[in-house]
Ligand binder design. Structure first.
Ligand code: NAG
Ligand code: NAG
Ligand code: NAG
Ligand code: NAG
Length: 485
C-alpha cells in the first residue's frame, strides 16, 4: 500500500509554493499551459524565398501526397518589411471575412426567397488570405494553384487572354493541347455552375461554349470558358480524364503569381467530387507552422498511413446547411482555455444553429461576440501579469512580450459534437503584429454581430491533420507536425 503522507506533504508544499508565487505576481493554478519560445515564434526572415513552382508530390497506397507551401515562402523574392507584411495580412483578413459574410447572407436570402436574382458573387473572397499552393499537372503542364476549401470551380489563366495578372508559369494554351475540349452550353457541367459558383453558366462564342464567371466581391474575378482536360494531381498518380475546369480569359485580382485556383468545396464541380472514383471523396491537409518554414501536405485519398499524426484522429460530423450546401460547417459545442471550459460556451456556442464554418481561406478564427468575450476574459485571467500592448486591426488582446525569451500560455481547445477536439497548436494561439514581440496578440477575433457565421481560420489549423470526408460526411482532427518529407 502506498503511504498517503508523502503525497499529502507534496500537495501541501505545492500549495505553499502557490501562495508564495502569487505574492510574486506569478499565476499558480492547475491550468494547462504550453511553452511558447518567442525567438522561434517568428517567420523565418532571412534569405530569398524560393519559388513555389514545381512542388513535389508522391504516391502512397492509393493516395497522392502533394507538397503544400505558404506562398510567402515561395514568392521568389525577399520580403523587406515583415512587420508590414504581418499587419497587412490582418487587414486583408478583415476585408475577406466581411465580404464572405455578405456573400453567405446573400446566398441564404437567395435560397429563402427562391428568387433567381443574379448576384455576382461566389463562395469566399480570396485575396491574399488564401495562402497555400500546390502544383498539379493539367494537360501535361505544371500548374501551381492556390488551394481553397471555400470554393468549387478550379480555374487557371488561359491563352489567348484578354486580361491576365502576372503569373510565374507560362500561360496554359488550350489550342496546343490535344486533350483539351470545350464544354457545351447544354451540358450538365455548365448547368452545375449556378450551384457551384452562384453565377449560372452563359452561352457564348462560336461554336457556342459554356461561359463561367466568378466574382470575388472586392473587384477581383475570373471569367472564361469551361473546358475539359486531363488532370494529374501528382507524379505517377492516376490520370483524371475530362476534368472540368475554368479556362480564365479575363482574370483580375491578387492571386499572388499562382496560375489559378483549385476548388476543394463540396459541389459536383469540385476537385474532390470529380476525383471521387479515384480518391473516394476524401482529402486532408496539414498546414505548416509559418515559423519553421517547412512545407505541409495535401493528401488526396483516405489511407491513414499517409498521415503522420501523433494524436488519434477525432471525428465530428459535417453539419448540413441546406442554404449553403457547398461549405463545410461543424457543430462547435464548446471551447476551453487552459483546460477550463468557458462558462457560457455550451449555451451560446450551440445557439449558432448553422454551425461554424471551417475555411482554409480565412486566417484568424472568428467567434460570435458573446463567445469571444467569454474566451478573452478567461484567457486574460490565465495569462495575467504580462505588460499589455495596444490592439491592432481585428485583434484586441495584445501584450508586449519583448522582455521575455519564452512565456507559458494557456492551451486552447475547441470541442465539437461527437467528442472531437481541435487542440490548437502553440504557434496558433498568438499572432506577432511586431516581430520584436512588442505587440503579440491573441490570434482570435470577434465577429461584428451575433448572427454572423463563426469561422475556424487557417491560423488555428496549423500542425493538424484536418481530414475532410465527404463520402461519410465527417471531418477529423489530429495533431501532426506538418512536413512534406
Ligand atoms: C513539373 O514538376 C515536377 C515536380 O512536381 C518537376 O519534376 C518537373 O521538372 C516539372 N516540369 C516542368 C516542365 O517544369
Ligand atoms: C447539346 O446540343 C447539341 C447540338 O447543339 C446536341 O447534339 C446534343 O445532343 C445536346 N446535348 C444535350 C445533353 O442536350
Ligand atoms: C516593451 O517592453 C520593453 C521591455 O519590457 C520596453 O523596453 C519597451 O519600451 C516596451 N515597448 C512598448 C512599445 O511599450
Ligand atoms: C450540436 O451538438 C449538440 C450536442 O451534441 C446537439 O445537441 C445539437 O443538436 C447539435 N446540432 C446540430 C445542428 O447538429
Amino acid at each position: 500500500m502506498v503511504d498517503a503522507k508523502p503525497v499529502l506533504l507534496l500537495v501541501f508544499s505545492l500549495f505553499l509554493l502557490c501562495l508564495l508565487s502569487i505574492t510574486n505576481g506569478v499565476q499558480c493554478f492547475s491550468e494547462k499551459k504550453v511553452v511558447l519560445s518567442l525567438k522561434e515564434f517568428q517567420w523565418k526572415q532571412n534569405g530569398e524565398a524560393p519559388s513555389c513552382l514545381s512542388q513535389k508530390s508522391r504516391r502512397l497506397k492509393g493516395t497522392t501526397i502533394l507538397e503544400m507551401t505558404h506562398r510567402d515562402y515561395c514568392s521568389g523574392k525577399k520580403i523587406k518589411d515583415w512587420n508590414k507584411k504581418l499587419q497587412t495580412r490582418l487587414i486583408l483578413d478583415d476585408v475577406h471575412v466581411r465580404s464572405l459574410q455578405s456573400q453567405l447572407r446573400n446566398r441564404v436570402h437567395l435560397a429563402a426567397d427562391e428568387s433567381k436574382v443574379e448576384i455576382p458573387l461566389t463562395s469566399g473572397v480570396k485575396l491574399q488570405t488564401l495562402n497555400y499552393i500546390v502544383t498539379v499537372e493539367l494537360g501535361g503542364k505544371n500548374m501551381s494553384v492556390i488551394v481553397d476549401t471555400g470554393s468549387d470551380l478550379t480555374w487557371i489563366q488561359c491563352k489567348p487572354c484578354r486580361l491576365c495578372y502576372n503569373q510565374q508559369e507560362p500561360l496554359f494554351n488550350p489550342s496546343s493541347s490535344p486533350s483539351y475540349q470545350s464544354v457545351p452550353c447544354n451540358s450538365s457541367s455548365c448547368q452545375s455552375l449556378g450551384f457551384a459558383t452562384g453565377n449560372s453558366g452563359d452561352c457564348g462564342g462560336n461554336p457556342p461554349t459554356c461561359i463561367y464567371a466568378v466574382s470575388y466581391g472586392d473587384g477581383s474575378y475570373t471569367r472564361g470558358d469551361l473546358g475539359r482536360e486531363t488532370l494529374n494531381l501528382g507524379a505517377s498518380s492516376p490520370t483524371v480524364k475530362d476534368f472540368v475546369f475554368g479556362c480564365g480569359r479575363d482574370n483580375k485580382g491578387l492571386f499572388g503569381g499562382a496560375s489559378g485556383l483549385m476548388g476543394l468545396a463540396k459541389s459536383d464541380l469540385s476537385v474532390v467530387s470529380q476525383t471521387s472514383s479515384i480518391y473516394g471523396g476524401i482529402f486532408s491537409y496539414c498546414l505548416p507552422s509559418t515559423e519553421t518554414g517547412s512545407s505541409g501536405s495535401l493528401v488526396m485519398g483516405g489511407d491513414s498511413s499517409a498521415y503522420k499524426n501523433l494524436t488519434p484522429i477525432s471525428y465530428t460530423k459535417l453539419v448540413s446547411n441546406p442554404e449553403l450546401p457547398t461549405f463545410y460547417f461543424l457543430n462547435l459545442t464548446g471551447i476551453s482555455v487552459g483546460g477550463m471550459a468557458l462558462e457560457s460556451s455550451s449555451s451560446s456556442v450551440s445557439a449558432n444553429k448553422g454551425g461554424i464554418l471551417i475555411d482554409s481561406g480565412t486566417v484568424i478564427t472568428r467567434l460570435a461576440p458573446s463567445i469571444y468575450k467569454a474566451f478573452k476574459a478567461e484567457f486574460v485571467k490565465q495569462f495575467s501579469g504580462y505588460p499589455t500592448a495596444p490592439g491592432f486591426s481585428i485583434l484586441d488582446t495584445c501584450f508586449n512580450l519583448s522582455g521575455y525569451q519564452e512565456v507559458n500560455i494557456p492551451t486552447v481547445t475547441m470541442h465539437f459534437d461527437g467528442n472531437a477536439e481541435l487542440n490548437v497548436d502553440v504557434t496558433g494561439i498568438f499572432y506577432m503584429v511586431k516581430t520584436d514581440a512588442s505587440q503579440v496578440c491573441l490570434a482570435v477575433a470577434s465577429l461584428s454581430f451575433e448572427n454572423e457565421f463563426g469561422i475556424i481560420g487557417n491560423y488555428q489549423q496549423k500542425n493538424q491533420r484536418v481530414i475532410y470526408d465527404i463520402k461519410d460526411s465527417k471531418l477529423g482532427f489530429a495533431g501532426e507536425p506538418c512536413n512534406f518529407e
